[in-house]
Design a protein around this ligand. Structure first.
Ligand code: ARG
Length: 270
């Protein structure tokens, strides 16, 4: 169901690729920073033109991956499960996110015991909280999230390092409607997904490699990398409206639309 959403994004003012913690990152490949900023602003402005609210988190010069705001926390039912990063390079992002939520009226904020990279590995459907593991988030973060949110968590094993976060291989479109790329998951997890989501949209390799699953749906519009053109027809066929965006510079850090977008479900009452 289409509804106005509230997102948190972090401008890529200090974005660069100086280390490599996923196979997409090559510190020898130059990043065009003005282009990265323009592409990011275009994404932010599109959300706003669709009627959504975009909050902005202040970027920090020593945290070049901070633009991937989806990793900083998971917010469901107004409750904030903070992140704990797998890599030291990103560790300080977690406190910056928790501080933002504290300053913006959220009262239920948990500093996690176990490693979890926020919405990189947690995806809320109407019935479940899907949770990735294998590369970043600890399997122990799954029961922690289930206890904190009181939602059933479905653990999914990621097996291909290019799809190191759940949100690089799976996207929630609406309710319990999802799209995903099966080869990113173990055989058992593929069977679980097929059982829970028999009608899911199954992505082809070319679209997965364009990070086409790293998209954001408001229940009607699906903002996704423009190179993932193979998904446009199938999305339209299910009643969604694909909104292609160009985020090629941010792809150099291993992320696209969803990585740049944390969803605040729902906003706290004044
Ligand atoms: N360079 C970042 C990392 O490897 C990219 C994070 C992408 N974010 C995401 N939600 N998948 O941690």
């Amino acid at each position: 169901m289409y509804a106005a959403r509230r997102y948190l994004m972090c401008p890529p003012e200090h974005f660069r690729v100086t280390y490599s913690i996923n196979p997409w990152m090559d510190p020898d490949k130059p990043v065009d920073l003005p282009l990265a900023i323009a592409q990011w602003e275009d994404l932010r402005d599109r959300y706003r033109s669709l009627g959504h609210t975009v909050e902005e988190l202040e970027p920090r010069p020593e945290l070049p991956d901070m633009v991937y705001a989806a990793n900083g926390a998971t917010v469901v039912d107004g409750r904030v499960l903070g992140a704990r990063f797998a890599h030291a390079e990103r560790a300080s992002e977690a406190a910056a996110h928790r501080d933002w939520y504290r300053a913006h009226g959220y009262t239920e904020i948990r500093k996690p015991d176990h490693i979890n990279e926020g919405e990189g590995d947690f995806a809320a459907t109407a019935s479940w909280l899907l949770a990735g593991r294998g590369f970043r988030s600890s399997p122990l973060s799954h029961p922690e999230a289930q206890e904190f949110f009181g939602r059933p968590v479905i653990g999914l094993d990621l097996v291909d390092p290019r799809y190191y976060h759940l949100d690089t291989a799976l996207c929630v479109l609406d309710g319990d409607d999802i799209m995903y790329y099966p080869p990113a998951f173990s055989a058992g997890s593929r069977a679980v997904l097929a059982r829970l989501f028999p009608d899911a949209l199954i992505a082809e390799e070319a679209d997965a490699l364009a990070l086409g699953l790293n998209s954001v749906s408001d229940g009607h519009h699906v903002l996704l990398p423009q190179a993932a053109a193979g998904l446009f027809g199938p999305l339209r066929g299910r009643g969604y409206e694909p909104v292609p965006v160009d985020l090629t510079e941010l792809l150099k850090g291993g992320g696209s639309v969803k990585c740049c977008t944390a969803e605040l479900r729902p906003s706290p009452q004044p």
